[in-house]
Ligand binder design. Structure first.
Ligand SMILES: O=C(O)CCC(=O)C(=O)O
Ligand SMILES: [Fe+2]
Length: 366
């Protein structure tokens, strides 16, 4: 029986619990966004007044040539200022990027039962989860997004457990991207005083996850968000976005300096990858590198896909600002914590901008 989309409970069960997702709901025919997806006015995205990020992509091949120092400067400046940048000549084959986007579309066009096979609580493996929105049980308004998340432990387990429909391209994307992430971290951590062969750099990207996000077309894009305001919790994120656009990053707010914290769009750039700093890198760098707040809009005309790779330290790792930075700065801006505790807090709450970082702050006693 078709679910009644007027009844919030049966809608929630159909979309979230039964694993039909937003795509399943749209495929039932829908001319208006259900209440459960309507964002409060302050969370809606003003597309008309958004400006675009004009910085050209950084050419990573130049890291190996005479312009090395200049490229290092650009990477460090991007991580310190916006926390988001784009890269080209990154070592991930451009044809692979095309197959990834196609694979993501194909995956979300599979019959609903195939995706529901991996729904939370039913998936045959803890490595794979296919779901919708970020934290449906905690959100005031659901996000207009379905996704699959594939955790990486090793090649053999990925080959055994990741869905056959997207396993090979996702693994190849991970393999080629990680080489680039390692290089980026050598630059960024090198700037903080770490040696390129320091095993601590590998420990920062011990845990890896490939996601595929699918944002179906939306009858009222002005009322919804694809992803709400958040920062990524890990070290660095590599993001492949398609040509649709709609990824917005918040400029840092500084009321003393008269900076308003406007949102700018990261424009799609053929062949480029988007890189962003996560919460862990902000903590380790004692606040030098910025884990930027970002969000995604929906559109009424075309569905959008994006494919992020999240890199995260080992979950047993103690995370704290690097001692040499604390000494230099005369203050630690964050406390020490175990990553597993940070993650638990991050995934237990709805997206709420950079609130996740409060977990790492010292609590001030009255
Ligand atoms: O779809 C995008 O462009 C960004 C997605 C995102 O921010 C995330 O998955 O954390
Ligand atoms: Fe994100």
């Amino acid at each position: 029986m078709a679910p009644s989309f007027d009844d919030n409970n049966s809608l929630f069960n159909f979309v979230v619990r039964d694993g039909n997702g937003v795509k399943g709901m749209i495929d039932m025919g829908l001319s208006e966004v259900p209440e459960a997806f309507k964002q409060p006015p302050k969370e809606r995205i003003d597309k008309e007044n958004a400006t675009q990020h004009r910085q050209p992509p950084i050419d990573l091949s130049k890291l190996d040539g005479p312009d090395h120092d200049q490229v290092v400067k650009e990477l460090v400046a991007a991580a310190e200022n916006l926390g988001f940048f784009q890269v080209v000549n990154h070592g991930v084959p451009v044809e692979l990027l095309e197959s990834l986007k196609e694979t993501a579309h194909n995956f979300f066009h599979l019959p609903p039962e195939r995706k529901a096979f991996y729904r939370p609580g039913a998936s045959p493996t803890p490595l794979v989860k296919c779901s919708t929105s970020f934290n449906p049980d905690k959100e005031k308004a659901l996000e207009w997004k379905d996704y699959i998340s594939m955790q990486y432990t090793n090649d053999a387990e990925a080959l055994e457990h990741w869905p056959i429909e997207c396993r090979d391209v996702a693994l190849e994307f991970l393999r080629t991207s990680i080489t680039m992430v390692r290089k980026l971290l050598e630059v960024l951590m090198g700037n903080l005083g770490m040696k390129p062969d320091d095993p601590k750099i590998d420990a920062l990207i011990d845990k890896k996850m490939v996601n595929m996000n699918y944002y179906p077309t939306c009858p009222n894009p002005d009322l919804t968000v694809g992803v709400g305001r958040h920062s990524d919790m890990g070290t660095l994120t590599v993001l492949l976005q398609d040509g649709i656009g709609g990824l917005y990053v918040k400029l840092e707010e500084d009321t003393d300096m008269g900076k308003k914290g406007d949102w700018i769009e990261i424009p799609p750039n053929d062949g480029a990858l988007v890189i962003n700093v996560g919460d862990m890198l902000q903590v380790l760098s004692n606040g030098r590198y910025k884990s930027a707040e970002h969000r995604v809009r929906t559109t009424s005309t075309k569905s959008r896909v994006s494919i992020p790779i999240f890199t995260i330290p080992k979950i047993t790792e103690m995370i704290a600002p690097l001692p040499q930075l604390v000494e230099k700065d005369g203050i630690a801006h964050y406390r020490e914590f175990v990553l597993a505790d940070y993650m638990k807090n991050f995934f237990a709450n709805a997206h709420d901008g950079k609130k996740s970082l409060d977990f790492a702050k010292f609590t001030t006693s009255a």
